[in-house]
Structure formats: structure tokens, C-alpha cells
Design a protein around this ligand. Structure first.
Ligand code: ADP
Ligand code: ADP
Length: 235
């Protein structure tokens, strides 16, 4: 069965919009295989963020059905990790403390956080090393460059070993060199750990470089109008 399964999903953001038949997305149908890396491209306002909110259970559909890993989505999903354009690291916490945050919040880690803190911290440090942040573990966000902050927020998104990583324009604010470096890191992490990735991006090169399939969302109805599978070897 697909890992992500949208069947004719519609969303109006409130009652008034629903009565006016004003939907932010109209009839999304999408099936994503387990472990697949997909990218979604499309113009501003077409419904990409709405799709992400539905996928993580931050919003419930007005109509239609969403299954993630075979389960109906009934509320915010803890099997996913998220990173956005702004890294949103907490400024009063060090890099490693920021990365640990999900383990303090999400079960089954939360209940054993106090006892296992040392072990979790080791895990966070290993992950930070893997993305090239060795030596920056105990610095504060303001002591890191934008690219380093994004690496840290990707680590934070992955620390609780989620089955799915959701990325909304995560590299948009970075210079071209840093961006391509992060592409490679993300591609390696995905190849190694096999989680699903949903990447929203405005950068077509990025989508083709990273994703197994690229979906194009159309302006007015927020439907997927095209799907392109990327063949190996990649460009
Ligand atoms: P994108 O991420 O592709 O820019 P969005 O999902 O943010 O698109 O928006 C899709 C549509 O839903 C737009 O018309 C937008 O104005 C509307 N929308 C988004 N968020 C809200 C909200 N919280 N309340 C009402 N309308 C919203
Ligand atoms: P993005 O940068 O992904 O396109 P937007 O600028 O569309 O995001 O939205 C920024 C925030 O404002 C989101 O949280 C979204 O839910 C909210 N929002 C967007 N459009 C509307 C709207 N028409 N009414 C109310 N809230 C909205």
C-alpha cells in the first residue's frame, strides 16, 4: 500500500469559505510509495502549504480521505519531521539542544528523556557531524551561518527518526553554493535512512536533482496537473 494516500481531498479554511464553495485545494489525488522522495512545484497560492498542513494533520480535510502509512490522519502527526525556509532554531538554545527538542516532546522518547539524555545527546552529535557541523554543536544559532542553521534544523527534523520528512522551501534563502552542498547531504541522508520526503520548492533544478518524482500543482484548483518521474542518472 502507498505510504501517502490522498483520495479526492478538498479543504476550505473555514465555514464561511466552505459555504461560498471557496476551496484552497480541490480534489487532491496522490499516492506516494514508501521511501519515495517527491517534490512539489507550482505557483504561489496554488495550495502547496495547504497540502503540507493536510499531510501533517495540522488541518483536516473538508472532504475526502487521507491515509499516512495506512492510518487515517486524525491530528498532528508525530511520525513526520519538518523544516522550513527560516530555520526557526530557538535562539537561547545551543545547536545540540535545538536538535534534541523533538525528543523532549515526542513519545516514546519524552518519557525517558531525563534518564537517556546522555545517549540522545550522543545521537544528536553524531547526526550533526554527519551534516558537517562538527565543532558547532555547542554554539548558539546566531554564531552559525544561514546554511549551518538549515543543516541544524534538518537534524532537528530527523532526530526522532520520523518516517517522513516535510520540507517547505528549506534552501530558498541560501546562496547557490551552500544550497547544492545541502542537496548532497539531504540526498545521502535519504539514501541511507530511507524515509519519505515531500519537498516544496520553487527551484526546478532542485526538484530534479533530488526527487524521484516531481509533481506540478496548478494555480486555481490546487490539483496536481502533471507528474514527471526522474530517471537515473540524474542531470
Ligand atoms: P502556496 O503554499 O502554494 O503558496 P497556500 O496553500 O498557502 O498556497 O494557499 C492556497 C490558497 O489557500 C490560497 O488562495 C491562500 O490564500 C488560501 N489560504 C492559505 N491559508 C489560508 C488560511 N489560513 N485561511 C484562509 N485561506 C488560506
Ligand atoms: P507561503 O509562503 O507558503 O506561500 P503564505 O504567504 O501563503 O505562505 O501564507 C503565510 C501564512 O498566512 C500561512 O500560515 C497561511 O496559512 C496564512 N494565509 C495565507 N493566505 C491566507 C488567507 N487568505 N487568509 C488567512 N490566512 C492566510
Amino acid at each position: 500500500p502507498p505510504f501517502v494516500d490522498f483520495r479526492d481531498v478538498w479543504l476550505a479554511y473555514n465555514e464561511e469559505l466552505l459555504r461560498a464553495n471557496h476551496f484552497a485545494v480541490e480534489g487532491i489525488d496522490l499516492q506516494v510509495k514508501r521511501g519515495e522522495f517527491i517534490a512539489i512545484v507550482g505557483p504561489s497560492g496554488c495550495g502547496k502549504s495547504t497540502f503540507m498542513k493536510l499531510t501533517t494533520g495540522l488541518r483536516m480535510p473538508s472532504m475526502g480521505r487521507i491515509l499516512i502509512d495506512g492510518q487515517p490522519v486524525t491530528g498532528p502527526l508525530k511520525i513526520s519531521g519538518m523544516a522550513f525556509q527560516a530555520s526557526s532554531l530557538l535562539p537561547w538554545r545551543t545547536t545540540v539542544e535545538n536538535v534534541l527538542l523533538p525528543l523532549e516532546i515526542v513519545e516514546p522518547y519524552r518519557s525517558s528523556f531525563k534518564q537517556k539524555k546522555k545517549e540522545y545527546e550522543e545521537r544528536a552529535r553524531r547526526l550533526l557531524q554527519k551534516v558537517g557541523l562538527a565543532g558547532y554543536e555547542d554554539k548558539f544559532p546566531w554564531q552559525l551561518s544561514g546554511g549551518m542553521q538549515q543543516r541544524a534544523s534538518i537534524c532537528r527534523a530527523l532526530i526522532h527518526e520520523p518516517k517522513m520528512l516535510l520540507l517547505d522551501e528549506p534552501f530558498g534563502a541560501l546562496d547557490a553554493f551552500t544550497r547544492e552542498e545541502l542537496w548532497c547531504i539531504l540526498r545521502d541522508l535519504h539514501a541511507e535512512q530511507g524515509f519519505n520526503v515531500i519537498l516544496v520548492t520553487h527551484d526546478l533544478r532542485e526538484s530534479v536533482f533530488l526527487a524521484d518524482s516531481v509533481y506540478v500543482m496548478s494555480k486555481s484548483p490546487g490539483r496536481f496537473v502533471a507528474k514527471r518521474e526522474i530517471e537515473f542518472p540524474r542531470p
